[in-house]
Design a protein around this ligand. Structure first.
Ligand code: SF4
Length: 279
């Protein structure tokens, strides 16, 4: 029996599908709940703190102000299920917050936020590209000294090894394509700011990278359509299995696929599924 095809693609969906088609099915097609994880929730917290920091006038974006923004973000998150369901003890909660503060401090080792000309934060973009509905949320859009666009994506997880540089930039290349489609201008620069290392990975989108991004998106979209048509989503075991929310249903790690709850018939479109974490 064929399965409903998602109506949109996003960088996180592309990554999930290429990492493991079965995890994509459980998350995006079936909309199975994924329990919050400390690293994803910490990512949410730090992203929000940096978003608040960049709403301040440039000369007020100091380390102390950023830590105050982190405190504000923590208050916002305190009663949210994403945080509450972590069930942290008082001691773990202090460690969690201290580590988030380390990430925020590390951010200042990568750039001086007082010099950033922010024009958009948590910017939600959606456009048709070669027949694929593309959607993405850009952490930060700014203008460089020449008035050219710059796309920035914060990462709170560890930076992958250098040989995976092209792959780790693929998400921001999709953001670049979205900007080009919607704003009529290709960003001059795209950058990943890894706050743990800390490390900045920077690239310049070109005709060649843009063509490559379009080709990849087209190929992933066709593969998703084919997998839905044939109900054929194969597991791809990797080190990511250690963190996978669907282990109990995955035959590749001894789980039982028949135990996976079916997507309710009354559920909305598959894109109503919980967005995948990007941290
Ligand atoms: S446990 Fe591994 S192989 Fe199985 S669904 Fe999760 S990521 Fe895929």
């Amino acid at each position: 029996m064929s399965l409903p095809v998602p109506s949109t693609l996003s960088p996180s969906k592309v990554t999930t599908f290429t990492d493991c088609a079965l995890a994509f099915r459980y998350s995006v097609i079936d909309g199975l709940p994924e329990p919050p994880s400390p690293w994803a929730t910490k990512g949410t917290l730090v992203h929000r703190a940096l978003e608040l920091l960049h709403t301040l006038p440039p000369d007020e974006r100091t380390v102390d102000a950023a830590l105050a923004c982190l405190d504000d973000a923590a208050v916002e998150l305190r009663d949210h299920p994403e945080y509450v369901e972590l069930g942290l003890s008082a001691e773990e909660a202090v460690e969690f917050h201290d580590d988030a503060a380390t990430l925020v401090r590390n951010y200042f080792r990568l750039e001086d936020p007082r010099a950033v000309r922010t024009i958009g934060l948590e910017l939600s973009l959606e456009a048709d590209v070669d027949g694929v509905r593309l959607r993405g949320i850009i952490d930060r859009l700014e203008l460089d000294a020449d008035g050219e666009l710059v796309v920035t994506d914060y990462k709170t997880g560890a930076a992958p090894p250098e040989q995976f540089e092209r792959r780790r930039l693929s998400g921001v290349h999709i953001y670049s394509l979205l900007c080009e489609q919607l704003l009529g201008r290709r960003p001059r620069r795209i950058q990943l700011l890894y706050l743990r290392s800390p490390l900045a990975v920077i690239a310049q989108p070109t005709d060649r990278t843009t063509r490559g991004t379009r080709r990849t998106l087209g190929a992933v979209w066709k593969a998703v359509e084919r997998a839905c048509e044939r109900d054929d989503f194969r597991p791809q075991p990797s080190r990511l299995c250690d963190y996978c929310a669907f282990r109990a249903y995955c035959p590749a790690v001894g789980g039982d696929p028949s135990a996976a709850p079916a997507r309710p018939a009354a559920a909305g479109p598959v894109d109503a599924a919980v967005p995948l974490p990007t941290a």
